[in-house]
Design a protein around this ligand. Structure first.
Ligand code: HDD
Length: 713
């Protein structure tokens, strides 16, 4: 293929073409029933006389109402709340040394993808800003069939064995007697369970860190979590961990903001993703792998099959092998984002499983759940789920079968159908499971190599910046502060002493626990009835590194300010030059400047030209923006500085460590703020050029602003 042909092929997204077969557009068309009958009156039911009862024969009414009555499907048992987008994956080069997966085989090769991001615990309508793990699921529509990478924004998990998944989910979901609280882990049943399960401690560190409250879905990392296998065409296998690295960097909001955003705009992440794509600021991630040769399987102090462990990047660096760009919003949320069905068992040749017991259990659960969620075994025929690779087999029937299989035979082997569909040889892309040698007794027992529960929890906590450590401490204070049972609180604080003494002390202080009782084993209460509890207690293991800088959010600042939203506080008389210069410069960098004023509609700038107001102070809040700019203009500031909402807007931005640019007369507004009591406020740019503001926003927040949290708003 020539470069030109390749470019033309890449410009197309074959999955979007495939979806067009099912799109329906009613514009310019007459309304019909589902039978195609043109409808004359969609306003009134058919009745016997003017004021008489509705007639049974009103088929139009019955059809409309029946469809409506059945338009909900069960929400996902976990990850119910989500948002998704289409895009493409582009391979950086030939990876055939490690894997025969075709979509990774050639530089510049593009594969259509659909990505869905989600929170875990909340219901479908819950807030985006819950403190929670985020699902990060990507379906690759490859030429060899669909490949699903169903990961999270954290590289480890709460439990080691899928057998405990229903317990974990029951513990974190709203409590069974009163269905409270919604989308929150801050309650007794969750912490009761966790306090008895030391294997969760590493994941708890991640879940209580700022990773659990991302600023944007496009500003979080993604991880495959489990160790998977790559297999090349010689049949050689390599262990592999998958990573998504956001080009925009990893950034989060503060907990105070998260709670306020949940009220101001519960759709914050969904809206942010949608708007970024509509504005052409396409979210991007680089795809990376950590590859471990089979001979090195046992070289680490942790077991590669244990999903509560990561491989520090210092030990095995991440090799970047491609990029994902999300460039198209779904046409219909239900048809695409809701009905998409992911499954870690959707593989392509060149990728395979390991014996991680959490992964093995997932391989059962995902198809099983779609059967009740999507109503039967034909969910793979739903447009968003069907592969772009052709499907031929002898599966037949089932509820809502769409495919019309031709011919007489539906079994194999057959002679009547000429032996078709035939089995593909490996050289023809036939999938063969990796020939791993397995030997062992049939037992129910956790491997002793899985018993180190604290060393990586400690590694994570001690690798965080001071600010991040403080956030973890206050997050756990908050969560346990909402727990009613003192026993659970004390047990948790005791457990934390095994992670880090300062962490335990910090949490205990907030809870008024003094002295701290360091619990003696058994710490682990998850063992079989006939087992010796001693066999299940955490083992102390010396980690090979004490600190891993890559575990801090600060390690991935990203580049530029693409996708950031900047508040511009302005009113009638705003200085046209100052406003335009900032707006244009921000737009050029892929950020959006939104004009916020005392009223909706438009304001007149100093030249008398109308400037569209994006939000009035009544309909928005500082927590929905990344930074604030107050342009010059005596008349504009005269109005704003008398408005308590404008003053609070600036104070609250200061409290949340945001950069603030003040130009000319805007200093009068600044002087009205509580923050201005600090003679030397950090991160407030008085009359500086727009480039300094842009460079500041790229840093995300000014964490060195010590007095920020003292602002009483
Ligand atoms: Fe799961 C959904 C990620 C463990 C059972 N899971 C689900 C989704 C993501 C994950 C991102 C949402 C997919 C979507 O957007 O539709 N799950 C994970 C990760 C795990 C994990 C990264 C650990 C490494 N999950 C896990 C276990 C089980 C499940 C151990 C059960 C044995 N997960 C499910 C499920 C869901 C699901 C019940 C609910 C909806 C769905 O599958 O389609 O089957």
């Amino acid at each position: 293929m020539t470069e030109k042909e390749k470019a033309e092929k890449n410009a197309k997204n074959p999955k979007i073409d495939d979806l067009y077969m099912n799109t329906e557009d009613g514009s310019g068309e007459a309304m019909t029933t589902n039978q195609g009958l043109r409808v004359n009156d969609d306003q009134n039911s058919l009745t016997a006389g003017d004021r008489g009862p509705t007639l049974m024969e009103d088929f139009h009414f019955r059809e409309k109402m029946t469809h409506f009555d059945h338009e909900r499907i069960p929400e996902r048992i976990v990850h119910a709340r989500g948002a998704g987008a289409h895009g493409y994956f582009e391979s950086y080069g030939d990876l055939s040394e490690f894997t025969k997966a075709g979509f990774l085989g050639e530089k510049g090769k593009r594969t259509p993808v659909f990505a869905r991001f989600s929170t875990v615990a909340g219901f479908k309508g819950s807030t985006d800003l819950a403190r929670d793990v985020r699902g990060f699921a990507v379906k690759f529509y490859t030429e060899e069939g669909n490949y699903d990478l169903v990961g999270n924004n954290m590289p480890v998990f709460f439990i080691q064995d899928a057998m405990k998944f229903p317990d974990l989910v029951h513990a974190v979901k709203p409590e069974q007697h009163n269905e409270i609280p919604q989308a929150a882990s801050a309650h007794d049943t969750f912490w009761d369970f966790i306090s008895l399960m030391p294997e969760s401690m590493h994941m708890i560190m991640w879940a209580m860190s700022d990773r659990a409250i991302p600023r944007s879905l496009s500003m979080m990392e993604g991880f495959g979590v489990h160790t998977y296998r790559f297999v090349n065409d010689k049949g050689e296998s390599f262990f592999v961990k998958f990573h998504w690295k956001p080009v925009a960097g990893t950034h989060s909001v503060t907990w105070d903001e998260a709670q306020k955003i949940s009220g101001q705009d519960p759709d914050f992440h969904r809206r942010d993703l949608w708007n970024a794509i509509e504005n052409g600021n396409f979210p991007e991630w680089e795809f990376g792998v950590q590859i471990v040769e089979e001979k090195d399987e046992h070289k680490f102090e942790f077991d590669l099959l244990d999903p509560t462990k990561l491989i520090p990047e210092e030990l095995v660096p991440v090799k970047l092998i491609g990029k994902m760009v999300l460039d198209r919003n779904p046409t219909n949320f239900f048809a695409e984002t809701e009905q998409i069905a992911f499954h870690p068992g959707h593989l392509v040749p060149g990728i395979d499983f390991t014996n991680d017991p959490l992964l093995q259990g997932r391989l059962f659960s995902y198809t099983d759940t779609q059967l009740s969620r999507l109503g039967g075994p034909n969910f793979n025929e739903i447009p968003i789920n069907r592969p772009i690779a052709p499907v031929h087999n002898n599966q037949r029937g089932g509820i809502s079968r769409h495919t019309i299989n031709t011919g007489q035979s539906s079994y194999h082997p057959n002679n009547i159908g000429g032996g078709c569909p035939f089995q593909a040889k490996m050289a023809e892309g036939g999938f063969v499971s990796h020939h791993e040698k397995i030997e062992g007794h049939k037992i129910r027992k956790r491997s002793s190599s899985f018993m180190d529960h604290f060393s990586q929890a400690t590694l994570f906590f001690e690798s965080q910046s001071k600010v991040e450590q403080e956030h973890i401490i206050s997050a756990i204070r908050f969560e346990l502060g909402k727990v009613k049972s003192e026993d659970i609180r004390e047990r948790m604080v005791g457990m934390l002493t095994y992670v880090n003494e300062d962490l335990a002390k910090g949490v205990a202080e907030g809870l008024g626990i003094n002295p701290i009782t360091k619990p003696t084993p058994p710490l682990n209460h998850s063992y079989p009835a006939d087992a010796d509890p001693k066999d299940y207690q955490p083992k102390e293991v010396k980690p090979s590194i004490q600190k891993s800088d890559k575990l801090s959010l600060m390690a991935h600042p990203g580049k530029g300010i693409k996708g950031r939203i900047i508040a511009v506080l302005a009113d009638d008389g705003v200085d046209a030059k100052s406003l335009e210069a900032y707006k244009n410069a921000l737009k050029k960098e892929g950020a959006e400047a939104k004009v916020i004023s005392s009223h909706s509609g438009s304001i007149a700038d100093s030249n008398g030209s109308a400037v569209k107001v994006d939000h009035s102070l009544l309909t928005t809040s500082s927590v929905l923006f990344d930074a604030v700019f107050v342009p010059d203009g005596a008349k504009s500031i005269e109005t704003l500085h008398k408005n308590p909402d404008a003053i609070r807007f600036v104070d609250e931005s200061y409290k949340h460590f945001k950069f603030i640019a003040i130009n000319g007369a805007a200093e009068q507004l600044w002087d009205m703020t509580y923050a201005s009591r600090n003679a030397n406020p950090k991160g407030v740019l008085f009359d500086q050029d727009v480039q300094s503001f842009i460079d500041s926003i790229a840093q995300h927040r000014i964490w060195e602003r010590e007095d920020a949290m003292k602002i009483p708003v």
